[in-house]
Design a protein around this ligand. Structure first.
Ligand code: G5P
Ligand code: MG
Length: 235
């Protein structure tokens, strides 16, 4: 007898630097979900295209178009991100649960997503902007996996080096203080309205705090309530 489990479709949102990537890595460690981060997808496209230098005209060159917006702390145009993320979701099998990180980020993107997919919940990380400004100056990222570290909070075992692959860590171009400020303004203007949008649909689960270690147990408790035993396929 096979126990049928229903795939869960979740979103994790919050201002830049609120801990979406950090909490997502704990979620996929403990729950059987596939993580899709729109920022990681965009950065992967940029890295791929700059590696080959030549952008084939047949390719859509998402990365080339996205790069400038990201470096200015602006949102990449809806049409580009929607296509990129929805095409990745479609590659995930229908009985696999997924967690979208950083998408949707505008009402328009949320409407496009809702035309294609049913959502179960939206986890919102509500972290004060001052806490965020401090954190992002100390962030180190492993670009190809999206793993993040922080000088004080979760430093890599060897400074400047990813724990798993041994590859070098970098500071993201958009973590400069002036770009962080711009990203926070963009969030306030274009993304914060989604809180009402999902709140009205009864999907929003908000967690406030200044420390991921305090927020995480509450997120985990909530996910346990909708995915008993971590939703592992063999129960
Ligand atoms: P991204 O890549 O989605 P943001 O700006 O939304 O970028 P970001 O910066 O990736 O979000 P995060 O994932 O929320 O932040 O946070 P994180 O990386 O886990 O944690 C931040 C730092 O704090 C890390 O160093 C971590 O170790 C540390 N930390 C975590 N918890 C704690 C704690 O408790 N204490 C301390 N001291 N430190 C802690 O998007 C990038 C760009 O891509 C484009 C946009 O241009 C965007 O600006 N983009 C889109 N454009 C349009 N539409 C979309 N849907 C788009 N998605 C991406
Ligand atoms: Mg992130």
């Amino acid at each position: 007898l096979t126990l049928l489990r229903r795939a869960v479709h979740a979103i994790i949102m919050g201002p830049p630097g609120s801990g979406k990537g950090t909490v997502s890595s704990r979620i996929i460690r403990d729950f059987d979900m596939q993580h899709l981060s729109s920022g990681d997808l965009l950065r992967a496209e940029i890295a791929e295209e700059s590696k080959y230098r030549i952008v084939y005209t047949a390719r859509r060159a998402h990365g080339v178009r996205a790069k400038q917006y990201i470096e200015e702390g602006k949102l990449v145009p809806d049409a580009l991100v929607v296509e990129l993320v929805l095409s990745q979701i479609q590659k995930i099998s229908t009985n696999t649960s997924w967690l979208l990180d950083g998408f949707p980020r505008t009402i328009e993107q949320a409407k496009e997503l809702s035309k294609k997919e049913k959502l179960d919940c939206v986890i919102n990380l509500d972290v004060p902007f001052n806490t965020i400004r401090e954190r992002l100056s100390g962030r180190w990222t492993h670009l190809s996996s999206g793993r993040v570290y922080n000088d004080g909070f979760n430093p890599p075992k060897v400074p400047g080096v990813d724990d798993i692959t041994g590859e070098p860590l970098v500071q993201r171009n958009d973590d400069k203080p002036e770009t962080v400020q711009k990203r926070l303004e963009t969030y306030q203007l274009q993304t914060a309205p989604l809180l009402d949008f999902y709140g009205e649909k009864g999907l929003l689960h908000s967690y406030s705090g200044t420390k991921t270690d305090e927020i995480w147990p509450k997120v985990k408790e909530f996910l346990n309530s909708i995915m008993p035993q971590g939703n592992r396929s063999r129960l």
